[in-house]
Design a protein around this ligand. Structure first.
Ligand SMILES: [Zn+2]
Length: 135
């Protein structure tokens, strides 16, 4: 009996010789263990094969993810625009009469821009966390 139980997976994936498969089918009819395993494998396979799912179900499952993406876009676009405007302002400022000390040092300039961007990002994260706490 134990050997037959070990054929369960092979049978499920159609890997048994016809004779072995027939023998296993007979075993399956009398073995609660194999019946449970078979039901489990069938459920797992159904869950793992997307084409078996109706399109509406798939779209319904994807909708929250897509909506979430849109939500992030709505939040991030203004934040990004603000960061760009600030960046342009900083650029105009440092390339103007007050910023001559940056002119010969691109790396210092980049570090300055990065620091500004980090600040902007951190304040955005803080806002977002405060926003989240309300729920
Ligand atoms: Zn069995």
């Amino acid at each position: 009996m134990k050997n037959e139980c070990e054929n369960m997976t092979l049978y499920f994936y159609g890997e048994l010789e016809p004779q072995q498969a027939a023998a296993f089918q007979e075993h399956l009819a009398h073995c609660p263990h194999c019946q449970r395993e078979m039901a489990f494998l069938q459920q797992t396979q159904q869950a793992l094969v997307p084409p078996a799912a109706p399109e509406q179900v798939v779209q319904g499952a994807l909708a929250p993810a897509l909506a979430g993406k849109g939500w992030w876009r709505r939040v991030f676009k203004p934040a990004l625009a603000t960061a760009l405007v600030l960046g342009a302002g900083v650029f105009l400022f440092i390339s103007g009469p007050f910023g001559s000390r940056f002119d010969d040092d691109g790396q210092e300039w980049m570090a300055y821009i990065s620091a500004e961007a980090d600040e902007e990002y951190n304040s955005f994260v803080a806002d977002f966390e405060a926003f989240e706490e309300k729920f």
